[in-house]
Write a protein that binds this ligand. Structure first.
Ligand code: PHE
Length: 343
């Protein structure tokens, strides 16, 4: 038995496992329930009492040796795997850290807001579910008047004059502002609006607007023109031309639509401007005195102008996005192209 132990001791001394699997083999061989240590202790029971005195000590030392060897490598392998040791492949490519980006419509909206903020305009917001008064009646749309058909409305509740609908423009926010405050007003109203249109590349059932309102004593059409002219120079660069065409809105008189020289072809004619050199970007006009009176403002003392533009349209002229649906489909292949600013 002494010889056997000597032989095993030698083996253990030389043993140096290269990986946890080899160490496990060692444990089973020496320290397992059917292992060598157990076996030697079994044999030990049968030796003579004189031999027991010597062998007992040897056997215990042998057992401790096997255990010490096992523990030594067990700890070594454990600390190795914690510090990213052998079983981690450091040549694999790392996992990318993707940073989100602003939605193109938010980028354009922020840019528009910044320009008007520098002119002293504040930002005003209001509800997307509106009553008939704020969306239509206060804005001088007579009941049953065909002008209401200009904006195909999603009605939530039809109730003879007290209809509830999804707002068709953010002009409703202008009404709320005038009703709840005192002139002068100088504000812009960004927000989502809804119209009952079949969804296609060129139309959607919702889109985004920025409208503006400026009311004070002696505000004239030339203030309107100068403000919007300045806005266009800031947004599209010096030298962008503007022109005003007479138009009609129930809430402004006179009313106009403003075109700018095509930002894509610079006026020489292209698909975007239908070869006219001009593209329409907004509606505007002097606030109709009826609207001022509806909102409790003295129309003899105060005048003002208003304008409204679609953010999708402005973004389209900036990046030539042919299909409106891209703005709301949340396809990251589209969205991640707009990494202009991350705030
Ligand atoms: N509310 C109009 C629209 O949605 C835009 C507009 C606002 C026109 C203010 C003139 C003045 O089309």
């Amino acid at each position: 038995m002494q010889d056997q132990i000597n032989q095993y001791t030698l083996e253990i001394d030389e043993f140096a496992p290269a990986n946890p699997a080899q160490l496990e083999e060692f444990r089973i061989k020496y320290l397992g329930t059917k292992g060598i240590v157990k076996d030697l202790f079994e044999q030990f029971k049968a030796v003579s009492p004189e031999e027991k005195r010597v062998l007992g000590k040897v056997l215990n030392q042998f057992k401790q040796l096997a255990e010490a060897k096992f523990n030594e490598y067990k700890e070594a392998f454990e600390s190795e795997s914690h510090s990213g040791g052998t079983d981690m492949d450091l040549t694999l490519p790392g996992e990318g850290y993707t940073v989100g980006s602003r939605h193109p419509l938010s980028l354009v909206r922020n840019e528009i807001i910044d320009i008007f903020k520098r002119l002293g305009f504040v930002v005003a917001e209001g509800p997307e579910i509106e009553d008939d008064w704020h969306n239509f009646s206060a804005l001088n749309f007579p009941a049953e008047h065909p002008a209401r058909d200009m904006q195909d409305t999603f009605f939530i509740k039809k109730d003879d004059g007290n209809d509830i609908a999804l707002r068709t423009h953010t002009s409703s926010v202008q009404v709320r502002m005038m009703e709840n405050g005192k002139p002068p007003f100088r504000a812009i109203m960004p927000g989502r609006v809804y119209r009952n249109e079949a969804i296609s590349a060129r139309a959607h059932c919702f889109f985004h607007q920025v409208e503006g309102l400026y009311i004070d004593e002696n505000v004239s059409f030339s203030d309107l023109k100068q403000t919007l002219y300045h806005f266009v120079q800031e947004l599209y660069g010096e030298g962008t031309k503007v022109r005003f065409r007479p138009s009609y809105f129930p809430f402004t008189e006179p009313s106009a639509e403003m075109d700018i020289s095509c930002t894509i072809c610079k006026g020489s004619g292209c698909n975007m401007c239908k070869y006219t050199g001009w593209v329409e970007i907004l509606g505007c006009g002097m606030v109709d005195p009826n609207v001022l009176e509806n909102c409790g403002i003295d129309s003899k003392k105060y005048t003002g102008f208003a304008f409204g533009m679609g953010i999708e349209r402005i973004a389209n002229l900036k990046w030539v996005i042919r299909d409106l649906r891209l703005f709301s489909e949340n396809d990251t292949r589209f969205l991640k192209q707009f990494k202009t600013e991350i705030i």
